[in-house]
Ligand binder design. Structure first.
Ligand SMILES: Nc1ncnc2c1ncn2[C@@H]1O[C@H](COP(=O)(O)OP(=O)(O)OP(=O)(O)O)[C@@H](O)[C@H]1O
Length: 641
């Protein structure tokens, strides 16, 4: 690995350069890469069975696979598409799969880890489709990965630089990784995404994905089809690296120490890269001199494009059988047995997790979300523009209504339309939340933090923005429409718009957590909003609403409380004039002020059964609904694997 560079560094948060020399930085950059804890990763008899999508019968997709990688080695997992590489990688990293059953043993230092957590805490997985936060720069991505993990694992004999990470160490690691992964020139470029400046390239994203895992100081790094950056990973001589790889070039293949060739879930070769030609030669298949060895191997084991598929499958089975009888297979079994024997005398690998505390993680996530919130217009910018537009539209359509009876129905409509539409447009939050959700799933799988930290930070970051939306929307539309023109009524209105948005966003978080797909969650949010609008009391007054909708939905419809309290805010203390006709006075609502040719606003409220004086109770119910949505989302996120 290259030593850390001398380029100046500024904290993404404070923009201050730390005071450290190049020498200090260099040693700090390397400290987390010293692996004196995990000497070997071995596995034997790994078999994974799934329920076949079509036949619904058990189907074995990884069959009795064995292997061993030692510290400083890098293993290539090669095989045709669908040969079981990703499934095996997930199993080795103790990550969730859709398996019906799994069997076999994974050994760390020759012993079975006491729990899957132990294996997870020393392993980091770089997925085929790695999720990154588009609004962050390359340097910030590394910085937050480091902050969230601290040094997430260390051994009891912690001489490997693990434990808590000092500021200097963190800086040095970031700088070292930027250089090692060739990302120095992009350090301050944003990752990119919809609504953002054009970001870094796909290959650079893959490298950043690997670097942001390496910064968390794993002992075992698992990469699913890295397209670039392997040479950087290969430089970390003390790690154990396992990477599935598709059609590597000869030079890429030479980066690997060992090779596991798979087809149809079975092993066809395991051993040094240099030994593969000899193995096939012993089977009577000579590898041509100027051929890419990977291409040759894949041709040997791929039956997908064979003209005579039956004989190709039979030939494949014979070759696989030949492997099981080969010297290579016996040597592999012996090597696994040796580490197992040695390991049994050593005892369990003790892993002490040094995770940051929950408040620290929440603060880090808040910091990350804050950067995203102002840099990525998809998060809040688009909604702010849309709510401003909506406010201007409402304010000018319902322009300067006076306190007369003809304005009463328009006022009611404005109250309903404004509150319902504000709530409806919370669906615009779904894309930004999906990105956070994907990031959460990745980070949860890597053991960085859980549902509590995710939801607390998500809730907190939304509060100021939703309040700004409420204020901007109300400041424009409320006064233009001439709703009850008192300061108290105005701020009561703002407060209810705010609660409306808070509840609507909580519902978006719940539904999108269940179905993290924009189209599905949009359909569900639209449906739910349609339902809440229908039963909130405006369309069908509560006194008329049929009992099913009244008792099943109406009482926990947050829009009911928003609509009711906005109505009370407008009508409970206001008086409206009746129409003057030839025959005298004509009032559309008969109240005790009819003899003065006036309508007391309470008369309008009586039609809906609304009374003032329940604000405290209704705020409490709104809070309960919001907390209910968040708790439900917490359960959903807890259950997600
Ligand atoms: N539920 C299932 N029913 C039927 N086949 C399944 C099921 N789940 C997985 N498979 C099959 O298991 C095989 C192994 O999948 P896996 O993703 O591990 O392969 P891979 O070698 O990583 O493929 P690729 O290189 O294309 O990523 C594939 O052929 C896949 O279609």
């Amino acid at each position: 690995m290259s030593a850390a560079s001398s380029a100046s560094y500024t904290d993404p948060a404070t923009k201050e350069a730390p005071n450290m020399t190049d020498v200090e930085r260099g040693s700090a950059a390397n400290s987390h890469l010293l692996n004196t804890t995990v000497h070997s990763l071995a596995w034997k008899g790994i078999t994974v069975t799934v329920k076949d999508r079509e036949t619904k019968l058990p189907k074995t997709i990884v069959d009795n696979v064995q292997g061993i990688v030692e510290a400083g080695e890098i293993l290539a997992l090669i095989g045709p598409s669908g040969s079981g590489k990703t499934t095996l990688l997930h199993h080795l990293a103790s990550r969730p799969t859709n398996a019906l059953s799994t069997s076999g043993t994974v050994l760390l230092n020759g012993v079975t880890p006491p729990s899957p957590r132990t294996l997870r805490s020393v392993t980091r997985f770089v997925e085929q489709e790695d999720t990154l936060t588009g609004a962050l720069t390359v340097r910030e991505t590394l910085y937050f990965a480091s902050r969230l993990s601290s040094s997430s694992s260390s051994s009891s004999s912690s001489d490997d630089g693990a434990g808590t990470t000092s500021w200097q160490e963190r800086v040095a690691r970031i700088e070292g990784l930027l250089d090692a992964f060739g990302l120095r020139d992009q350090a301050d470029a944003v990752v990119g995404g919809p609504g953002l400046r054009k970001g870094i390239s796909g290959g650079q994203k893959r490298r950043l994905g690997a670097a942001s895992q390496l910064i968390t100081a794993p002992k075992v790094l698992v990469l699913d089809e890295p397209t670039s950056g392997l040479d950087s990973v290969a430089g970390w001589e003390v790690l154990i690296v396992v990477a599935s790889i598709h059609q590597p070039s000869t030079s890429t293949l030479n980066l690997f120490d060992k090779l596991l060739l798979m087809s149809h879930g079975k092993t066809h070769y395991f051993g040094p890269v240099t030994g593969v030609a000899a193995h096939y030669e012993s089977l009577g298949c000579r590898m041509p001199v100027h051929v890419n060895p990977a291409e040759f191997m894949l041709e040997m084991v791929n039956t997908d494009f064979a003209q005579d598929r039956e004989s190709a499958v039979q030939r494949l089975a014979e070759m696989q059988h030949a492997w099981t009888r080969s010297r290579g297979a016996q040597e592999l079994a012996a090597a696994v047995a040796v580490v197992e024997e040695k390991g049994s005398g050593v005892g369990h690998l003790e892993v002490v997790e040094q995770k940051p505390s929950l408040p620290r993680v929440v603060l880090t996530l808040l910091h990350r979300s804050f950067i995203k919130s102002y840099r990525d217009v998809v998060v809040y910018g688009i909604r702010l523009a849309m709510y401003t537009g909506l406010a201007i539209m409402i304010g000018t359509v319902w322009l300067r209504l006076d306190a007369a009876q003809e304005s009463i129905i328009p006022f009611i409509n404005a109250i309903f339309y404004g509150s319902a539409f504000m709530s409806f447009m919370a669906c615009a939050y779904a894309p930004a939340y999906i990105e956070d959700y994907m990031q959460f799933i990745k980070e949860k799988r890597n053991g960085l933090y859980g549902a509590t930290a995710m939801l607390v930070s998500n809730f907190l970051i939304g509060i100021p923005y939703l309040f700004i939306f409420s204020l901007v929307f109300s400041a424009i539309s409320y006064w233009l429409s001439n709703l009850q023109p008192t300061t108290q009524a105005f701020f009561t209105w703002v407060f209810w718009v705010f609660l409306d948005l808070l509840a609507a966003e909580s519902m978006v978080v719940l539904l999108t957590s269940i179905f993290p797909s924009f189209v599905i969650s949009l359909a569900l949010i639209a449906f739910a909003n349609g339902l809440w609008m229908s039963v909130n009391g405006f369309m069908v007054p509560p006194s008329v609403l049929n009992v099913f909708y009244k008792y099943v939905f109406h009482f926990w419809d947050y829009q009911k409380y928003v609509f009711e309290n906005m109505m009370v805010n407008e009508f409970s203390e206001r008086v409206y004039s009746c129409a003057q006709v030839e025959s005298g006075c004509q009032c559309m609502w008969q109240t005790d002020l009819a003899d003065q040719c006036l309508i007391r606003g309470q008369g309008v409220l009586d039609q809906y059964g609304y009374k003032p004086g329940h604000m405290g109770r209704d705020v409490g119910i709104m809070m309960a609904i919001i907390v209910g949505y968040r708790l439900a989302a917490w359960i959903v996120l807890k259950l997600k694997r």
